[in-house]
Design a protein around this ligand. Structure first.
Ligand code: ADP
Ligand code: MG
Length: 269
């Protein structure tokens, strides 16, 4: 409720502006398996970062850590200088109060490979649910916001439909609208087109492409190398839990400095 009031009447109007994501010394293990190894990345506000790398290299775990769905074992992640949950200094754990964690988490939106829409809710209700329950937005305002966002993703005529009545590409566009409705400063996409039939990939990439120039910070895990080349300001190549190489698309894709980057790109291009 507080956040909705702070945003006042412009809540429904514009898209949020991006935040800076700072990932410092992040390490995470599942049992004996260390899946993130001392990750250091600073992602500037409003930029577009594509994360590429082989299956199992830790890309999803990194995104989930940014969204506080995972706890890291060492290091910390901050958005605009504010910790998203806690940090460890050696053995000391500094943790934010639960209510602050929830507020911070709302700064980060995530779109998943499998859409994750609520099957029993209409498209409109899928989008208004969180703004009403999490942000305390009045229903009428939330519905106006939802309709604006549906127009933005080209689905104005689907407000009353149920997810099962939509194609995969349409469902993913609804999922993007739903995530935007919470006005995150940072939007994470985890292989957003991997579950789609090939002919539906383009419509989802087009929506993401439009967001790329909106000022929101985007971090996209993708196997669509051509798309990454086109929209990303920076490409991050991960392998076995490490950031092996980062740079502009031209640097990383055309002139990789690391042998393992070159091998991966040769395979996927
Ligand atoms: P990517 O997204 O790059 O394919 P992931 O982040 O999903 O990689 O996984 C990195 C490694 O962590 C993989 O070896 C995977 O099997 C392992 N892993 C991921 N999630 C879990 C989990 N909840 N428990 C145990 N191991 C996991
Ligand atoms: Mg993954």
């Amino acid at each position: 409720i507080l956040r909705a009031q702070q945003h006042g009447s412009d809540w429904a109007g514009s898209l949020p502006q991006g935040g800076t994501v700072e990932i410092r010394g992040v390490t995470k293990s599942y049992g004996d398996l260390t899946v993130l190894k001392d990750i250091d990345l600073v992602i500037p506000a409003g930029s577009v970062t594509a994360i590429i790398g082989p299956s199992g290299s830790g890309k999803s775990t990194l995104l989930r850590s940014i969204n506080h769905l995972e706890r890291v074992d060492r290091g910390y992640i901050a958005i605009d200088g504010e910790l998203i949950g806690y940090r460890r200094d050696g053995d000391a754990l500094h943790e934010l109060p639960e209510k602050d964690i929830l507020t911070r988490r709302a700064d980060v939106g995530m779109v998943f490979q499998n859409f994750n829409l609520f099957p029993h809710l209409t498209v409109l209700d899928n989008i208004t649910e969180a703004p009403i329950s999490v942000r305390g937005l009045p229903r009428a305002e939330a519905e106006q916001l939802a309709l604006d966002l549906l127009a933005r993703v080209g689905l104005s005529d689907k407000a009353g439909a149920y997810p099962r009545q939509l194609s995969g590409g349409q469902q993913q566009r609804v999922a993007i609208a739903r995530t935007l409705a919470l006005k995150p400063k940072v939007l994470l996409f985890d292989e957003p087109t991997s579950a789609l039939d090939p002919e539906l990939v383009g419509e989802v990439l087009d929506v993401i492409k439009e967001l790329a120039s909106s000022g929101i910070t985007l971090i996209i895990v993708t196997h669509e190398i051509g798309f990454a080349r086109e929209v990303a300001d920076r490409i991050v190549f991960m392998e076995q839990g490490r950031v092996v190489e980062t740079g502009s698309p031209a640097q990383v894709l055309n002139d990789p400095q690391n042998r393992r980057t070159a091998d991966f790109i040769a395979k996927v291009l």
